[in-house]
Design a protein around this ligand. Structure first.
Ligand SMILES: Nc1ncnc2c1ncn2[C@@H]1O[C@H](COP(=O)(O)OP(=O)(O)OP(=O)(O)O)[C@@H](O)[C@H]1O
Ligand SMILES: [Mg+2]
Ligand SMILES: [Zn+2]
Length: 321
């Protein structure tokens, strides 16, 4: 017996019954898909525009489960309920990327109550790992909800190809559009990203999503992962502050983030000292819970070791003065 492919609960083969219900609305789902990535890619490679939703990696789409099986949608992404992400095609330890994203999303949800997209780990017919997430941009009646990522919300500059620059803003700029509650959530997400080594939380990895009453609020989190397992990138993707604390340093000098930086950002957002103290407390002493979860994940032993090292280093760093 292993761990649940959804929630990582002990002594489960495939999915536990509550994940089957929550993720798929079924009583039994086969954790091994009956198709391979090539079955999707050979079709969608012919659709360069419009098919793949934004993001660097090619993704596929899945509709409602039939019987115990999921199957890909090959013509267009209408009526898709799930997004399917194969392993990375470049970088280090590519085959660990689905387990990395699955683990990191589960840690955010289960250990820090961060609102996240529902997700699970699965395997293709040939045994290669894959990450699946349930779309949050459709409501119960399967109507599309408006979603706008922060490159567009913040009107980030465009590069020469006319694409939004992913890192053309700072996290401080998000404060202009987030509601007070969303500001608290956002600070917690940034601390979580720092701890878990996510250097890829760029403008397109945050969105506003339409609420049932037509308001635009921060969407559930998505694309959370420890990027240090795959690439030697910066501790966090954007500068925290408008004075560009990191990129304005002389070449070769590094900026060392601590909890004080995240508190300072919270202050600039207008959050009270009492609230900020509460946030700090929520992260204190949580290192062992993270480590336990890493050990239960579907990562290879090599990637688990790397993840544990990232966590140890970042906890020391975050709580230093
Ligand atoms: N569960 C979800 N529901 C709705 N939309 C989602 C969900 N997950 C991701 N998205 C959307 O799809 C886009 C691509 O997904 P994601 O960021 O996970 O892919 P990626 O290829 O890893 O991106 P990146 O370029 O950041 O590496 C996101 O920017 C977001 O707009
Ligand atoms: Mg992304
Ligand atoms: Zn489960």
């Amino acid at each position: 017996m292993g761990h649940c492919f959804g929630c990582l609960k002990d002594d489960v083969k495939g999915f536990c019954s509550s994940c089957e219900k929550r993720l798929f609305n079924r009583s039994k789902i086969n954790p091994q898909l009956n198709f391979n990535w090539e079955d999707i890619s050979k079709v969608i490679d012919g659709y360069p525009a419009g098919f793949s939703i934004s993001g660097v990696q090619t993704k596929g789409f899945i509709g409602k489960a039939t019987g115990t099986e999921l199957s890909p949608i090959l013509a267009n992404n209408k009526n898709s309920i799930y997004i399917i992400k194969p392993m990375l095609s470049r970088l280090d330890s590519p085959s660990d990327s689905p387990a990395n994203e699955h683990l990191t999303m589960q840690m955010a949800k289960q250990l820090y109550s961060i609102r996240t997209a529902e997700c699970c780990f699965m395997k293709f017919a040939n045994g290669t790992p894959v990450y699946i997430t349930r779309r949050f941009d459709y409501n119960k009646d399967e109507e599309k909800l408006n979603q706008e990522d922060f490159a567009s919300v913040l009107k980030a500059k465009k590069d020469n190809d006319g694409r939004y620059k992913y890192i053309a803003k700072t996290y401080e700029d998000f404060g202009d559009v987030l509601s007070p509650l969303n500001k608290v959530e956002f600070i917690r997400i940034l601390i979580f990203n720092f701890l878990t080594g996510n250097g890829d939380a760029h403008l397109k990895n945050f969105s506003l999503l339409e609420t049932p009453d037509g308001d635009m609020q921060l969407s559930p989190s998505y694309d959370l992962m420890n990027t240090k397992i795959h690439v030697n990138d910066s501790p966090i993707a954007l500068n925290l502050f408008r004075e560009l604390e990191r990129t304005s340093l002389p070449r070769g000098q590094a900026y060392s983030y601590t909890m004080n930086d995240f508190i300072e950002l919270g202050k600039r957002f207008g959050l009270s000292d009492r609230l900020l103290k509460k946030i700090v407390k929520e992260f204190e002493g949580t290192e062992n819970k993270i480590k336990e979860m890493i050990n239960k994940s579907f990562l290879s032993n090599k990637a688990k070791k790397k993840y544990l090292e990232t966590i140890e280093k970042n906890f020391v760093q975050l709580f230093s003065n």
